[in-house]
Write a protein of this length. Structure first.
Lengths: 403, 240
């Protein structure tokens, strides 16, 4: 009976109810879409970082990441890589020599990270070839080729096929330098990364660095991020004495972005729902005040306070729930469309890429987030019902019946 | 000896007790027995509605107390009092006061639903009462689709449905035309006789007063007369 009364009551003032239902729909749509947008943006950033820069797991000598000294290479690096490569949970793995050094041209110089890579393996791991905007990927027949970013090229006023000098400290701490010919230019969505990373073949740099056939980093890309903890534990057991870190540990700022982003979207949603709640409180308050006499009559007839409270609560729930399906459908439709087409912010690509974000965002909503949104909506309904219900409970039946 | 249903002792309702006290009711004693058909009359402001509210547990007396079937309702608080009203007292208000979003049938069922009566019993009682009030064909009509008289008949049926100890009716015919008022009175008198239901009215309406078996007159919050009008005495035998 309470359900019947509450559901019919919301249609007593059609215009007012429709206004609130529309507000709920729009609010919910905006909230869900905003959440999906942020989620998509962060997910893309993380995916890009994993697939293009960090990989899921990295293996190093325990001392290597403290100062990035070449002498701390993986003693059985290539053997380790062979074993890792056979694991079915691993999508791709590659060995690297990472050296902090300097690149110089006639116009200037810049501090960089020299990535000595295995061209075929690196291609599987980070799709470096796919990021090339000009020139050709490493040629196995040629030596001393370098791939640098378009941004660095401009900064150093270099051109394709021109030579540049790389300088760094070798294993013994002596300065080593060599000329490399620019074979390709790349561009990612992360400007700071582009600014500071160049790629050469590992075979062109290992001897120069004084560690022939050695590697000081193994990057591992898993079949799925869900396998992260399991695989990391497994590798730690298999290769004791090697530092094995996952992407969250390697780039804690990225992990922080994920958790802060998660909190941010809920704060946004909370603000939207709070604004909605005030509208609903106002509507329900009006409904209670307009029906003072009726509520007094219900109290007089013997409807207890709990039932009166439940009636107001149900009315508020129905009012909100009536707006939910439309808002949810609208949100899913917009997410569905933009998930395929993406939202293009190319006009602001410089701003986005300077923070490592792609300028085309693909919104995405997880089922966990959807469940949390729905719980927040229910909480909003409860919160919005409290004040009008409290007002109704304060009514004196004798006084109310006079109105 | 007839069973006492309502027993009001030394009832007073005083407003502005601390400044200049205004007595809405002044030391009223009242005993009403089962099966009575009582009208409370008096000019506006004489305390009729206040007395009815006290008897119905809708208002708290400043002094005195009310016993319903031996229960001192003045001592009951909150939901205890609401539950007592639910199970013992039927109300008919001046302005119909049906639940606008429910049909005639649902309005009649309403109190029984609150009492959690078995569905079968409710169905049977609703049919019985709808027949009694002559609105069997309006079963699914909402209040706005019924005339004032029809709405008031539904209100009477709703009050009667759970078979309360007595029915309090605050000016039940005040907004009705003479034909509707007459119909309503006939129904109430019939139910009073057939179900031995106790009715207590507050009224200005001479038609109600003429049909009442007992008439209590209030003036300035005091009972100034408590009589059975002669006009009613011989009419009682020929209730339509």
């Amino acid at each position: 009976m309470l359900t019947k009364i509450a559901s019919r009551n919301i249609w007593r003032s059609k215009k007012r109810s429709l206004t609130i239902i529309t507000a709920v729909s729009i609010g919910l749509w905006a909230g869900i879409f905003m959440m999906a947008f942020y989620n998509g943006m962060i997910e893309q950033r993380v995916n890009t970082a994993i697939t293009s820069e960090l990989s899921h797991i990295q293996l190093h000598h325990p001392e290597f990441r403290k100062e990035y000294e070449i002498k701390y290479y993986l003693p059985k690096g290539r053997k380790t890589l062979e074993i890792i490569d056979k694991d079915s949970k691993i999508k791709a793995a590659s060995g690297r020599i990472i050296i902090k050094g300097m690149i110089a041209s006639a116009s200037g110089s810049s501090g960089i990270t020299i990535n000595g890579v295995m061209p075929a393996e690196e291609q599987k791991l980070t799709n470096l070839k796919g990021k090339i905007i000009k020139g050709n990927y490493f040629n196995p027949q040629k030596t001393n080729e370098i791939i640098l970013s378009e941004k660095l090229r401009k900064k150093l006023k270099l051109n394709l096929n021109k030579k540049t000098i790389l300088t760094f400290q070798d294993k013994e701490g002596n300065l080593a330098s060599a000329a490399f010919r620019i074979t390709a230019l790349y561009k990612t969505t992360n400007t700071p990364y582009d600014d500071s990373n160049v790629f050469v073949k590992i075979t062109d740099i290992d001897s120069l660095a004084g560690i022939p056939n050695a590697i000081n980093e193994i990057a591992v890309l898993l079949q799925s991020n869900k396998l992260l903890d399991e695989s990391q534990t497994h590798l730690k057991q298999k290769f004791p004495g090697t530092e094995i870190k996952n992407w969250r540990e390697i780039a804690p700022e990225l992990g922080l972005t994920v958790s802060v982003g998660d909190q941010m979207v809920f704060i946004f949603m909370g603000i939207i729902l709070l604004a909605l709640a005030f509208g609903i409180v106002n509507t329900m308050m009006m409904a209670v005040l307009e029906r003072t006499r009726e509520i007094g009559m219900l109290l007089a007839l013997g409807m207890n306070k709990f039932k009166i409270f439940m009636m107001i609560l149900l009315e508020t729930f129905f009012l909100i729930l009536a707006g939910c399906p439309f808002g949810i459908m609208l949100a899913f439709a917009s997410i569905g469309i933009t998930q395929k087409t993406g939202i293009d912010f190319s006009r602001f690509s410089d701003v986005y890429s300077s923070f490592g974000y792609s300028s085309i965002i693909y919104p995405n909503l997880t089922s966990r987030q959807f469940v949390i949104i729905m719980l927040l909506v229910l909480l909003t309904a409860l919160f919005s019902a409290l004040f009008p219900a409290r007002r109704a409970l304060q009514l004196n039946p004798a006084e109310s019946l006079k109105k | 000896m007839q069973e006492t249903v309502i027993d009001a002792h030394n009832l007073s309702k005083i407003y502005d007790e601390k400044t200049i006290p205004v007595y809405a009711l002044n030391k009223v004693h009242l005993h009403i027995s089962r099966g009575e058909f009582t009208a409370i009359k008096g000019p506006s402001g004489s305390g009729k509605t206040t007395l009815l509210n006290m008897i119905g547990g809708l208002d708290i007396p400043s002094e005195g107390f009310v016993e319903i079937n031996g229960t001192n309702i003045t001592k009951l608080k909150g939901n205890e009092l609401i539950d007592f009203r639910l199970n013992n007292i039927g109300f008919v208000f001046q302005s119909y006061n049906l639940i606008p979003v429910l049909t005639a049938k649902e309005n009649i069922e309403f109190i029984m639903l609150l009492q959690k009566r078995p569905k079968k019993e409710m169905e049977q009682r609703v049919q019985e009462l709808l027949k009694e009030i002559g609105l069997e064909d309006k079963i699914n009509k909402r209040p706005r689709e019924l005339s004032g008289g029809q709405q008031q008949r539904v209100a009477v049926a709703r009050a009667l449905a759970p078979k309360p100890q007595f029915i309090l009716a605050d000016e039940p015919t005040a907004n009705l035309d003479s034909v509707s008022a007459e119909n309503l009175l006939n129904i109430m008198l019939k139910l009073n006789q057939e179900e031995n239901m106790t009715f207590v009215f507050s009224t200005h309406d001479q038609r109600v007063i003429n049909r009442a078996r007992r008439v209590i007159t209030l003036e300035d919050g005091k009972i100034v007369a408590d009589t059975a009008p002669t006009a009613v005495i011989h009419e009682q035998t020929e209730i339509k």
